[in-house]
Design a protein. Structure first.
Length: 388
């Protein structure tokens, strides 16, 4: 059992599954731990899932508060009781998504605790949760990219209240020296093949149909190319049906284009450093992306990337230097840039620049410093305690 929650930070998440925002949560808790700050997590979900299991496997205390639909008054009452039972036991709360923020604001206003909204998604005010969250007056807002910050400002949030803290990774774990040959053998990749990979959850916003269409355009000019899609559908109940239908459409598109040999769906994998090492190029044709963590993973591994010029991705990829940016929904542009990187000399040059940028801009020490500074603005006692 971990130490008591007293004088600690409480993270609040409404996620059952482990997605990009939840990976950042894990990084952030580890970073704060290195600063001597104790963190625990309140998981407000109908039933504990993969996220809670992952947190507990890392020795992080997880409290489960079961909730139903947002308009269910019993859900709000359960969360309110939870906060009241722990009045004054934590000095700052951080809501890791818009749904969590609504409950966090309720609990923190009753207990008079400052709270932060950590924003991992592009905010356009379409979701009722987003519109409500923007009006709740969080003590501080953390955005994972300048693109996210602009969306928040468009909903009326003051720029001075928003800190931009880009995501980061362990650049020693994702390293050019990692050996990907075992993964290539396992997947049956011939030694001479050029492997273009897409890594991440299978969702309509990922734009994977445009990678399949690009593969069809490159059949003649790059006959040695293989396209590996690493990832699977989400497991949360809100998006699973849509994701499964999308995956089925992708399979049908691939088969209809006669690409069953060239385009392979290999499912989710946990050995991502080795997967990145097995790729020659990362393709990320997403239609919308607040940040794009997979880009910095590939770049740290010395792999060039081709990504859509949307959301926060232009803040990561230096077009023509560390990779290429292409218009979204444009298989011709995607195919053209993949073809450019088929040249091994170009690929090596771009990969070296990609690695350098990942190390200089997206390593964990810089993330830790930025995160701590942002949270200290929300709760100055954090900074005083660290320097006492």
């Amino acid at each position: 059992m971990s130490a008591a929650l007293g004088n600690a930070i409480l993270w609040v998440s409404s996620a059952e599954d482990s997605g990009g925002g939840e990976l950042v949560l894990l990084d952030a808790i580890a970073a704060l731990g290195r600063r001597g700050v104790h963190c625990e997590v309140l998981n407000i979900v109908p039933a504990s899932g993969e996220l809670a299991q992952t947190l507990r496997s890392r020795g992080i205390e997880v409290h489960h508060c079961p909730i139903g639909r947002f308009r269910d008054p019993l859900s709000a009452l359960r969360v309110l009781r939870w906060f009241l039972s722990r009045r004054s036991m934590f000095e700052l709360a951080i809501a890791n998504d818009a749904r969590a923020l609504l409950y966090t604001a309720l609990g923190c206003r009753i207990t008079r605790c400052p709270y932060v909204w950590y924003v991992h998604d592009l905010i356009r005010g379409v979701s009722p949760f987003e519109r409500a969250a923007a009006r709740l007056g969080a003590t501080r807002v953390i955005a994972v990219s300048r693109a996210v910050k602009r969306g928040l400002e468009s909903l009326g949030l003051l720029s001075a209240c928003i800190s931009v803290v880009p995501n980061a990774i362990d650049v020693d774990r994702f390293h050019p020296s990692v050996d990907g040959s075992a993964v290539r053998r396992e997947l049956g990749v011939p030694p001479e093949a050029l492997v273009i990979g897409a890594v991440g959850r299978i969702l309509p916003l990922k734009g994977l149909e445009f990678l399949v269409e690009a593969a069809a355009l490159l059949q003649t000019t790059l006959p040695q190319a293989l396209y590996i899609v690493v990832g699977d559908v989400v497991t949360d109940r809100f998006h699973q049906a849509e994701a499964r239908a999308y995956r089925d459409r992708l399979h049908a598109l691939r088969d209809g284009l006669g690409l069953s040999r060239q385009v392979r769906f290999v499912g989710a994998r946990r050995d991502l450093p080795a997967v990145m090492a097995a790729l020659d190029i990362l393709a990320h044709p997403s239609l919308e992306e607040a940040f794009g963590r997979v880009l910095i993973e590939a770049m740290a591994a010395g792999r060039p990337v081709v990504a859509s010029a949307v959301g926060g991705m232009p803040e990561i990829v230096e077009d023509g230097v560390t990779g290429y940016l292409v218009p979204p929904s444009d298989p011709e542009a995607l195919a053209s840039r993949i073809f450019s990187l088929a040249n091994p000399n170009v690929r090596r040059c771009v990969g070296r620049a990609a690695r350098e940028r990942a190390v200089n801009a997206f390593a964990l020490p810089a993330f830790e410093t930025r995160l701590y500074a942002a949270l200290s603005q929300a709760q100055p006692r954090l900074d005083r305690r660290a320097t006492a």
